[in-house]
Design a protein around this ligand. Structure first.
Ligand SMILES: *Cc1c(COP(=O)(O)O)cnc(C)c1O
Length: 367
């Protein structure tokens, strides 16, 4: 039986043609027509004025924080359940990530907890749209407004997601996306910052390109970075944007098939919740054991592995990882993160695969 991978990029459009065009025309570095074209296409998709490409999602995060003028000693509130890049980027600036617990239905940052973590040193909040479901942005916008904080969306996992009628990437002061090989849109490695703020966009472009003065060659008014995307990455990205609506539809259909196939296991498994007003883009279709802990979850995952089905555990919360360890408890994250499993979610899966995964889960759960 063939192995089912947890993620897989689909490069079935103009990716090859555009990459060959880069090679044939000698435009392989970080100049060339595809960078601007990809940025424009991505900005249009998000409904924002500016999209600034970067060489990966982590540098996009760091770049956004630099452009927002995050300083040593400042604090930034992030959810404890996220990929480690969110916390690391705050540390790269010498600032402190302050961890908030998450909501039990979506595992996204809990606005009520955020409010209690604000101190005179807090500068901003980074909600993460985990696994493709948008964070609860409306109360977060309200908190940010009242306390004069910025909002940076970590949308690395949520291209095209929506909440309360608004598309993510255009809700906060800025947002970042990742185009790693397993994300909804890929360029191999790659990232993007989106914003409606002209001044912020200019700062993002300045710091991305070593801080060079846009009007005076080899003149550097600030210390910048080389976080540029290549024309080859952008060529792949532009082709990916041409097929994004199909990619999103395929993931909706996959989620529907999973929902149906796993419904009989509802006594054992919590299936993904889609909040009213949300458009979930299902980067990872994620289920949670209703009871048990890490050992039970890992046993289910290894039973699936034995059936040729690759899965991933939900992220370990930041407060249990060595660089960010805390003794404090985060009741929702502590209970649910260790019960979570990301099931295979990609565009090559067919109904028979979903049936096979559901059967393997049924037997792993002793049903
Ligand atoms: C993937 C990811 C990133 C980092 O993106 P890279 O392109 O891998 O550097 C940041 N935050 C979250 C939530 C992610 O899932």
């Amino acid at each position: 039986m063939n192995r089912i991978s947890v993620a897989q990029p689909k490069l079935a459009g103009n990716e090859r043609k555009y990459v060959l065009d880069c090679l044939d025309t000698n435009w392989i570095s970080s100049n060339g027509k595809y960078i601007g074209a990809f940025e424009e296409s991505f900005a249009r998709f998000c409904g924002v004025k500016h999209a600034v490409a970067a060489n990966n999602g982590t540098t996009a995060l760091h770049l956004a924080l630099v452009a927002l003028d995050l300083q040593p000693g400042d604090e930034v509130i992030i959810p404890t359940v996220t990929y480690i890049a969110t916390a690391n980027a705050v540390r790269y600036c010498g600032a402190t990530p302050v961890l908030a617990d998450v909501c039990p239905d979506t595992m996204n940052i809990d606005p009520a907890h955020v409010e209690r973590l604000i101190t005179p040193r807090t500068r901003g909040i980074i909600p993460v749209h985990l696994y493709g479901h948008a964070a609860d942005m409306t109360p977060l916008q309200d908190i940010a407004r009242r306390h004069k904080l910025w909002l940076l969306e970590d949308a690395a996992e949520a291209h095209g997601a929506e909440i309360d009628g608004k598309r993510i990437g255009a809700i906060g002061d800025c947002a970042i996306f990742s185009f790693f090989g397993n994300k909804i849109v890929t360029t191999g490695e790659g990232g993007m910052v989106t914003t409606n703020d002209d001044a912020l966009a200019a700062r993002l472009r300045l710091y991305r390109g070593q801080g060079v003065d846009p009007t005076r060659r080899y003149w550097f008014p600030v210390i910048g970075y080389n976080y540029r995307m290549t024309n080859i990455q952008a060529a792949i990205g532009l082709a990916q944007m041409e097929t994004i609506e199909t990619a999103l539809r395929d993931r909706q259909e996959l989620a529907r098939m999973y929902d149906q196939a796993l419904a009989p296991l509802a006594d054992e498994l919590v299936l993904p919740v889609v909040r009213p007003g949300a458009r979930h883009v299902f980067w990872m279709y994620t289920v949670y054991l209703r009871k048990g802990g890490e050992a039970q979850r890992d046993a289910v995952m290894s039973a699936l592995d034995g059936q040729g089905i690759e899965t991933r555990p939900v992220f370990h919360p930041m407060h249990v990882l060595p660089p960010y360890r805390e003794d404090k408890s985060y009741p929702v994250a502590d209970t649910w993160a260790q019960r979570g499993i990301n099931l295979p979610t990609h565009q090559f899966l067919v109904e028979a695969d979903i049936q096979r995964i559901a059967a393997a889960l049924r037997s792993a759960l002793g049903r």
